[in-house]
Write a protein that binds this ligand. Structure first.
Ligand SMILES: Nc1ncnc2c1ncn2[C@@H]1O[C@H](COP(=O)(O)OP(=O)(O)OP(=O)(O)O)[C@@H](O)[C@H]1O
Ligand SMILES: [Mg+2]
Length: 245
């Protein structure tokens, strides 16, 4: 569970978050919707301690993220997988090496080569990737690259996965494929997911809960069908830019 309460954050004298309250329930997918520059990425970074709030609190699995020391933050990041748009694959490494990377980096996890291979292949198979070990990122399609990034993010079986703009720049068909992979991660691994998306269609497909961030606050929060019917003026305007198919 992720519980954000009264979170405030300014950069210099520019307030970005003005008191964000948000509850992301265990095993559910919560989508954060909001315009460009609303502070969605800033909010997400507080969930893994990449940013610290000026006021309020962020609790992840019962721990106050703002109060964790370096070791506590490392332990937290072990349990939280992140797939950010910029979290590109390493071009010089093969798919296998990319997916194995979080495990080979974690000194505490000593796996034999065959155990490691099993873990990598299990993770890749979860996202319908087979026989891709020796390919390099340049040899993959955009959608495949995202799926490899997903396989890498979940290889250590995190309880929580954060996705920031995973589908930006993908065509509609590939976007749908990646959406269904997010649902796969939720169903097969039972992960709690927080998804930032610009794509309203995508948001409605993957969300159990949608939270609308506007001018520093969550103005509306609920199940997709509740959000679609919402009379909240800013949300209505935001959603009016998109018509369901
Ligand atoms: N480290 C930082 N220092 C100063 N300003 C920052 C920093 N990070 C973010 N900002 C500012 O905070 C605001 C919110 O940024 P954020 O990246 O969270 O927006 P966003 O909702 O994710 O937008 P987008 O949909 O375009 O990704 C922006 O105006 C940005 O310039
Ligand atoms: Mg962003």
């Amino acid at each position: 569970m992720i519980h954000v309460q009264g979170l405030e954050k300014s950069f210099g004298d520019r307030p970005i978050l003005l008191g964000v309250d948000l509850l992301c329930r265990t095993g559910e997918t919560t989508v954060i919707l909001g315009g460009s520059g609303a502070g969605k990425s800033v909010l997400m970074k507080h969930m893994v301690g990449l940013l610290t709030g000026d006021k309020g609190s962020v609790e992840v699995d019962g721990q106050q993220v703002g109060e964790l020391d370096a070791a506590g933050l490392r332990a937290l990041r072990d349990r939280v997988g992140m797939v950010f748009q910029q979290s590109a694959l390493f071009d010089s490494m093969t798919v296998f090496e990319n997916v194995a990377f979080p495990v080979t980096q974690a000194a505490r996890e000593k796996l034999s080569p065959s155990e490691l291979a099993e873990r990598v292949h299990e993770s890749l198979a979860l996202f319908d990737l087979h026989d891709v070990d020796d390919l390099t990122p340049a040899e993959l399609s955009g959608g495949m690259r995202k799926r490899v990034a997903l396989a890498r993010a979940i290889i250590r079986r995190p309880g929580i996965v954060l996705y920031d703009e995973l589908t930006t720049g993908l065509d509609p068909v590939t976007t749908r494929q990646v959406d269904s992979m997010i649902q796969t991660a939720r169903q097969k691994l039972g992960v709690t997911s927080v998804v930032i998306s610009h794509d309203i269609g995508s948001a409605f497909r993957v969300a159990d809960q949608i939270a609308f961030l506007h001018e520093g606050r969550i103005l509306a929060h609920g199940r997709p069908e509740e959000m679609r019917r919402s009379e909240q003026p800013e949300l209505k305007e935001f959603l009016s830019s998109w018509e369901p198919a």
